[in-house]
Design a protein. Structure first.
Length: 201
């Protein structure tokens, strides 16, 4: 396969993954009912508005990771990444659809910039699609895969993943179970991706 055809094929896979994950938005806007998967520990997690910037920084980081890996990853690792990603987003979106969950968000009365940004996020991102946290499973999945690709920087990838997990909690956009389930989706998808990649040869 020529380099050009390879890039086109890879971008087709990336568009498939993105297309599945983008189902988040119509589901977020149209879901109803469901449960709020809060546990008693969630009541002890403070609202720290400044963490919203770390939470939002994940989005351009995902785009960069997808584009860079599309051009630079070797074939075996890209195949592993594609299978892992399709599994993770497929499981995540399926759970959003079949098992709707939401977060009961706090009222914010402060007028500083971080609080304003969170209020804007609350207004435009409905409280649904809570479990598993898409922020967590996408970031953790990338951290795992990039630690195989660029092991020298593993500490940086996993530090970023931990920061996103914490930002999901400190912005009150997710509960603890959302984060734990997001981690679970990422690790299970990765393990299944490894098995499928080995099986396909």
């Amino acid at each position: 396969m020529s380099s050009f055809k390879k890039i086109i094929f890879r971008f087709t896979i990336i568009l498939l993954v993105a297309g599945i994950q983008l189902l988040y938005f119509p589901l977020n806007q149209t879901s109803s009912g469901g449960v709020a998967p809060a546990i008693p520990l969630d009541a002890h997690i403070p609202l720290l508005p400044g963490w919203v910037f770390i939470y939002l920084a994940a989005i351009p980081a995902w785009v960069f990771a997808l584009v860079w890996s599309t051009f630079k990853m070797d074939d075996w690792l890209f195949r592993l990444s594609a299978l892992t990603a399709v599994t993770a987003v497929g499981v995540g979106v399926s759970m959003f659809h079949f098992f709707p969950t939401y977060v009961v968000r706090p009222e914010i009365h402060r007028s500083d910039l971080p609080s304003f940004v969170i209020q804007w996020l609350y207004a435009h991102d409905q409280p649904y699609n809570a479990l598993p946290s898409a922020h967590v499973y996408l970031t953790t999945m990338i951290a795992i895969l990039w630690s195989r690709w660029k092991p020298k920087w593993s500490f940086l990838w996993f530090t970023a993943a931990v920061a996103i997990c914490l930002s999901s909690l400190f912005t009150k956009l997710h509960y603890l179970l959302d984060v734990v389930s997001g981690l679970g989706v990422a690790f299970i998808a990765y393990c299944l991706g490894v098995w499928l990649t080995s099986w396909l040869g």
